[in-house]
Ligand binder design. Structure first.
Ligand SMILES: NC(=O)c1ccc[n+]([C@@H]2O[C@H](COP(=O)([O-])OP(=O)(O)OC[C@H]3O[C@@H](n4cnc5c(N)ncnc54)[C@H](OP(=O)(O)O)[C@@H]3O)[C@@H](O)[C@H]2O)c1
Length: 283
């Protein structure tokens, strides 16, 4: 089969490109920077260059594919509409979208509402959509990389809240399954790792794997937002993150689901396994 993957240089997209190619499928990676993509992606991946605002590039990229894996770094409904329009024009009916647990937890976080508004564009399209709704990604630990390198510290605003981090590798396994098998049209799946952990516990695991001490420094979500704003993050974005962190801190990160195991027959990886696989990224 032949697939178009957006966000192909990202955490989930990169894993998915590799897994689909390993399974013998043809993959067209939709990328903004072909030089960066060439360094990251398997040689067998075809590259289509453009961003999600470029309707001409999207129109050619979807031509001839059986299905699309659609992810956005930030949920922009107009870009989702661009993908829908391109898919319809090319006669492509299947889209698997990287959504979020934030669209189904109560109270719904601000970021979750924005992702839901984006998903509603797909829902209204009449196409065959599958929604993947992961909890926090294990790869979010890469956000700690700079402060670990510079100070040996992690500043975190969610302690003692628990979330079940999922390895992007496992999200990609589910995406590959639902892209290549029938029967998932219209379904939503809740994806998480095997165990709920606090950020403090994740940092302890990471310190063990990296073989170094890392000091865990709890801060409040508000303090975290103030620092982000002082460093140039737009205020609405910083406050949206603050709102999500307040929910996580209060233990409102959603349910533990068995969907990864049920869909793929294999249990999701632990946070420790993710850390082992990504040890070099912290050098
Ligand atoms: N992080 C979480 O805990 C979490 C939880 C639930 C759901 N999600 C969902 O996961 C996604 C983010 O995951 P992530 O943080 O791990 O991100 P990521 O994979 O690092 O995403 C970045 C990717 O998006 C591409 N990209 C960025 N802006 C683009 C644009 N304007 N046009 C085309 N491509 C663009 C980047 O391409 P370049 O290489 O060109 O920059 C890169 O491939 C979001 O959809 C979010 O809703 C995340």
């Amino acid at each position: 089969m032949n697939f178009l993957i957006t966000g192909a240089t990202g955490n989930v997209g990169g894993e998915l490109v590799a897994q689909l190619i390993d399974a013998g499928h043809q993959v067209r990676a939709y990328v903004r920077n072909p030089d960066k993509a060439r360094q990251q992606l398997p040689e067998a991946a075809d590259l289509a260059v453009g961003d999600l605002d470029d309707t001409t590039a999207l129109g050619s990229a979807v031509h001839g594919v059986d299905a699309i894996f659609f992810m956005q770094a930030a949920p922009v409904p107009a870009q989702a509409q661009n993908v829908v329009d391109a898919a319809k024009a090319a006669g492509v009916r299947r889209i698997v979208v990287l959504s979020s647990i934030g669209t189904v937890i109560h109270p719904m976080p601000i970021i979750g509402a924005a992702i839901k508004a984006r998903d509603d564009v797909l829902r209204a399209s009449g196409l065959d959509i599958t929604y993947l709704k992961p909890n926090t990604l294990s790869s979010n630990a890469l956000w700690w990389k700079n402060s670990i390198a510079a100070e040996g510290k992690v500043y975190d605003p969610t302690d003692p809240g628990l979330t079940p981090p999922i390895d992007p590798y496992d999200i990609a396994r589910v995406a590959a399954t639902v892209l290549t098998q029938p029967g998932h049209e219209g379904h939503s799946y809740i994806l998480n790792g095997p165990v709920a952990l606090s950020a403090r516990e994740q940092v302890e695991i990471l310190a063990d794997v990296l073989g170094r001490e890392i000091e865990f420094v709890p801060v409040t979500p508000e303090q975290f937002a103030e620092v982000n704003i002082s460093r140039g993050t737009p205020e609405p974005q910083a406050r949206g993150l603050q709102n999500l962190q307040e929910l996580f801190r209060a233990g409102r990160s959603g349910v533990l689901s068995d969907d990864v195991q049920n869909l793929t027959g294999i249990a999701p990886r632990t946070f420790g396994q993710w850390a082992e696989q990504h040890r070099a990224d912290f050098n």
